[in-house]
Design a protein around this ligand. Structure first.
Ligand code: IPE
Ligand code: IPE
Ligand code: MG
Length: 240
């Protein structure tokens, strides 16, 4: 299976976006608290980052905290904030050494001043790295992304006839980056949950029942094989 993909490098998606779902169910199935599932999810991210480098994926976008996730119990929200902080504290140097360029998509407002400062530092420190771009969607919502773009377009006084898709792209959190080719959702749900609504309009969609902490290199490879077999038509009729 590996050879099949690796001999078709042009069929490796450039940009993969992942809805990392199922941490809570993974924990529950083991009789553990939900936060243990989130911690296991972070551990898994390390494996997936290694696998992305192995397969030649250039951009990985991960959905880590949605604008809707604020509505979870306070202790879980606090735990997720702490996890982000701990990840930055513990992993930043290693990520930097591995050439990972960290980016944040979403709003920093709402995060503690300390966490905001740490996120900014991580972005700044890694900005010239070019092995892999890791977009962390944290306090992200697709509708929020579009709203902030519309607001800034209006604030900049852009004449309506100048508003085209390229301009909107430029105002989104993902400005300057190609759209995702493949969106993966773990834990079986078949919905976008407000993720990359504009950017994923022609992404291939892959859902797997595997919970995120169990989604390992071989699970990613399955998604890549699925992707390599898709015929992307972009609304056209392809020649036989
Ligand atoms: C995904 O796992 C991580 C976040 C949304 C932060 P969940 O916490 O949604 O896990 P389930 O869906 O309850 O299993
Ligand atoms: C989507 O998962 C958000 C993240 C993975 C961060 P959710 O678990 O929040 O989505 P729903 O509630 O199942 O739609
Ligand atoms: Mg979930």
């Amino acid at each position: 299976m590996a050879d099949e993909v690796l001999t078709l490098p042009e069929r490796i998606p450039y940009h993969v976006a992942v809805i990392m779902d199922g941490n809570g169910r993974w924990a529950k199935s083991r009789g553990l608290p939900r936060l243990a599932g989130h911690r296991a999810g972070v551990e898994n991210l390390r494996r997936i980052l290694r696998a992305c480098s192995e397969f030649g994926i250039k951009i990985l976008t991960i959905y880590a905290f949605s604008t809707e996730n604020w509505g979870r119990p306070e202790a879980e929200v606090r735990g997720l904030m702490n996890i982000l902080e701990t990840v930055i504290d513990r992993e930043l140097n290693q990520l930097n050494a591995n050439g990972v360029q960290l980016r944040h998509i979403g709003e920093l407002d709402g995060l503690s001043a300390m966490l905001q400062a740490k996120v900014r530092k991580a972005i700044d420190m890694t900005r010239n790295n070019d092995q892999l771009v890791l977009n962390v969607a944290f306090n992200y919502g697709g509708r929020q992304d579009l709203l902030q773009a519309i607001r800034r377009i209006v604030e900049d006084g852009v004449p309506s006839e100048e508003i085209d898709e390229k301009l909107v792209d430029y105002y989104l959190y993902t400005a300057g980056q190609p759209d995702p080719d493949l969106v993966i959702r773990t834990a079986g749900e078949m919905r976008l949950s407000n993720f990359l609504l504009w950017q994923a309009s022609y992404a291939e969609y892959y859902a797997t029942p595997a919970y995120w902490p169990d989604f390992d290199r071989d699970e990613l490879l399955k998604a890549l094989v699925y992707f390599a077999r898709r015929e992307r038509r972009f609304g056209l009729v392809l020649q036989p």
